[in-house]
Structures are given as C-alpha cells and as structure tokens.
Design a binder for this molecule. Structure first.
Ligand code: SF4
Length: 451
C-alpha cells in the first residue's frame, strides 16, 4: 500500500538476520520457527523539516533498500515470507473466500462451514489439522498438505498487578508483536490488538512510535491475536467481548488488512463479535478514515490529543498532512450518513502541553456538531519520553469543564502500566529509532527539556 503521509521518513531495509532470541515457554516451544530476513526501518530525517535528537547509521548487514511502503506480506491468504509459501493461510480469508477455496479443492461448501466453526467457534480454536475431529478424513489430509492454521507463535504472557495481560507473539519472520487483554469487573473483557510491527506515525508521546514501522500485519496475524486471547484467557477472565485496534501500529495505515480482519471477527458463525464492540483507532489518516466509515460498521476512535495545530503538529506529525480542521470536518461530513453512531475521541493528557482549561474549552468547541464521546487518558511514561502525566485533580477539572459544555466525557485510568502494557507503551525500539522532534520553545519547561 502506498503511504498517504507527506512526512514519510521510513525506508525499509532488508537485513540478513537470525530470529530474535525467544524466551521459551511450554506452549511456545512447539511453535518455534526459523526466520527469514527482518525488515527494519531507516530513519531518513532529512525528509522532515524538524530537527532530530536521534543519530542513526546504516547497519553493516544492509543488503538492499526498498523505498516503497508496501507490506511485505500481501493481503491474500497465502503464507508469505516463509518456506510454506505454497500453503493457504486459513485465518487470512473471509468466510466466502474460504468457501470458494474449499470448493476449488473439490469439497462441498458444508465442509468449509465445519472448518470455519472449528477455527473460530465451539471452543475449539483449531491451531492444527489434528484438531479437526468430525471432519472428513480426505478433507483433513487435504488441509494438512495445503493449508496453514497458525500465523503466530506464543512467546510469553506477562501479568500486570491489575490483572492486565500482555501477550508477546513471534511472527513467521521472527519479529515480535504485543497484544493486551484487559479484564474488567463487569462482563466486559477487552483484547487490544496490534495492526503493524512498530508504527510509522511517530507520535511523540508513544513508545511504539519510537520503533518506526517494520511492517504491516496480515489479516490472519491480526485475527489470530483475538483467537489466542479467547483460547488462552477465557477460562481465567471470562468471555472476551470487545476488540480495540489500539495496540502497536496505526490501523488505518494498514486499512485493507484491518477491515478484512474486522470482517472475520464479526462473522456470526465464527468469533461473532458485535461490530459496535470492535473499535478501530486512528491518528487521523483522513482518506482512510473516510473509507473506513463508508466500508465498515465497526466503531471508530480518533486520537486527537491537542486543540491547536501548533501542538498537534509537534506531538502528532500526521497533523502536518491532515490538520485538525480537515480531520473534524471530514468526521462531520461522514457521520451524517451513519445512524446512531458516535466517534470516540481519545485525548492523552500531557502536563503543561494540552491540559489547560483553555484546551478543555477549545476541545468542547472543536467537537461541536460531531456525535461523540471523549476519553481522557493518563499519559503512561516510558524511557526516553520527556512528557509528564497530568495530575488527577487537573484531569478531573478538565473533565468537569467538558461535561459542563455538555460533552460526554470519561476518565480512563491506566491499565497494565507496571508491565509496559498500557496505552502507548507497547513494543521495543531497537537501536535505530524514530526522531524525537524539536520541542517548541514555550513547552520546554513543561517537558523538562533544558531551555
Ligand atoms: S499513538 Fe498510535 S499512531 Fe501514534 S505512534 Fe503510537 S501506535 Fe502509532
């Protein structure tokens, strides 16, 4: 997919590399695989108009540079980047695609439905052709030869003090992604899925953004995060009812695979999530946002985080391409065609940057006329960040100001932050990182940058 951003600063470098070191768990050991070359980013800061505090150099192992932004793994169901190149990746197909493929192999559509139910329903969540009890033997043999059941290998599960689980998965090419399961006291349990390895948006308050974009995830790799969450944790935390695309990556930068994955998740013969309980978040890729609202019934969250272009240009560089006015105007236009639909605005509160009462008043004005809810989110500190979280008192004051202006607003406490499982804390930046942008003069005190 060609990128829509003007501030593209990533190039993809194919490196000869061994798989990342894996921490073996009993469940993981059976799935460990060899890795093909890694795809990692080159920070090309000369393409930006801002300064960088991050030095970067080319690794010795550079073998080729690919300047486009296409995904290494396609949108088809074929397994990419592995020695299983000729096998079909079952979880990369919508039901109608699976049915067609099963028929093309000489089997009845009914067999496709039975297979689908074993992949996604009846508490089976088949990861292997041996888990297809009840299916015709020939059909199972055909699947063993021609189909791949798994896109992810479990690496590790980390439990935070509040019960939030961070699940690490290794991909076919050795890269690692993180998925978070957030249990709650009510019947609502949420899985937060990743849509990319790393992220190319470089939001300044986000640890994942420091990684840069390594690659998009396939639909199968996204779907399987939800399947694993259900199969591993339902017995411990109860049914996983909600999915949020708020893990690693900008989901709408990988829109084809994200829409497809969401379609697979809502299928009522399979995982059967309610479309309104699947929320896709975006930093504000306007054309993709427009397309998403037209093509999907799932919910949309927009990560706003600022009330002026000056601040948003700095903390979310995507704003230089699609500014606040354009973003909100697009929402106003598109939501006219949706019934009973509210967009969720996320607002990460950064002390001294975007948390003044003037910001609260401006925010209330900005969202006028847009059916919406606003979530105020505590900033979760991480190494290398110079932002500070807003105090609880100030968050309450900010919330009250919005509520007084008749906004629907919620305070969202951090979950899983002691294990780097909270919002904006996922991933592991390597030595080559996205640039830290120059802090505007008037925010240097607030961000603890030497004046
Ligand atoms: S906040 Fe989201 S879009 Fe921004 S860098 Fe982090 S993962 Fe990417």
């Amino acid at each position: 997919m060609a990128t829509e951003m003007s501030c593209v600063w990533m190039r993809r470098i194919l490196l000869r590399s061994n798989a990342l070191p894996l921490q073996k768990t009993p469940m993981a050991s059976q799935f460990l695989k060899q890795s093909p070359p890694l795809v990692i980013p080159l920070v090309s800061s000369h393409r930006l108009s801002f300064s960088t505090a991050t030095a970067c150099s080319l690794p010795d192992t550079l073998v080729s540079i690919d300047d486009d932004d296409n995904c290494n793994f396609g949108e088809c169901g074929r397994v990419g980047g592995s020695n299983k190149g000729s096998k079909v990746l079952l979880k990369g197909m919508r039901y109608d695609e699976l049915e067609k493929w099963v028929q093309s192999q000489g089997y009845r559509p009914g067999q496709a439905l039975m297979l689908w139910k074993r992949l996604y329903g009846n508490d089976i969540w088949a990861h292997h052709s041996d888990q297809l009890e009840g299916l015709n033997k020939d059909f199972r043999n055909m699947l063993r030869e021609n189909a791949e059941f798994k896109a992810l290998s479990l690496k590790q599960i980390i439990t935070a003090a509040d019960g939030t689980r961070k699940i690490l998965f290794t991909l076919e090419d050795g890269l690692v992604i993180e998925t978070v399961v957030i249990p709650s006291d009510s019947s609502r349990n949420t899985v937060c899925v990743s849509s990319q390895v790393g992220c190319g948006m470089n939001c300044q308050f986000c640890y994942t953004g420091r990684m840069g974009l390594r690659r998009h995830l396939t639909a199968a790799e996204i779907v399987e995060q939800a399947v694993f969450a259900r199969s591993l944790l339902t017995s411990e935390v109860g049914d996983i009812t909600n999915v949020v695309f708020m893990g690693m990556g900008e989901p709408l930068h990988n829109i084809d695979n994200v829409i497809k994955a969401a379609d697979i998740m809502v299928d009522d013969q399979g995982l059967h999530f309610s479309p309104r309980k699947i929320t896709v978040s975006t930093s504000g890729l306007v054309p993709q946002l427009r397309r998403f609202l037209r093509e999907s019934n799932c919910a949309l969250a927009v990560s706003l985080n600022a009330t002026t272009d000056e601040v948003r240009n700095w903390i979310m560089p995507i704003n230089r391409k699609y500014n606040i006015d354009l973003l909100l105007q697009t929402l106003r236009e598109e939501l006219r065609f949706k019934n009973n639909y509210k967009v969720l605005f996320e607002y990460v509160m950064l002390a001294g940057v975007n948390d003044s009462i003037e910001d609260a008043r401006r925010l209330a004005d900005l969202v006028q006329g847009i059916p919406c809810k606003i979530n105020l989110i505590s900033f979760n500190p991480h190494s290398g960040s110079h932002f500070r979280p807003t105090s609880d008192e100030k968050m309450i004051e900010f919330r009250n100001c919005l509520a007084g202006a008749r906004c629907v607003v919620f305070l969202r406490p951090s979950r899983g932050d002691d294990q780097m499982a909270a919002c904006g804390q996922l991933g592991k930046p390597g030595e080559i990182q996205a640039p830290i942008l120059r802090v505007p003069e008037k925010f240097k005190t607030a961000t603890q940058v030497a004046v």
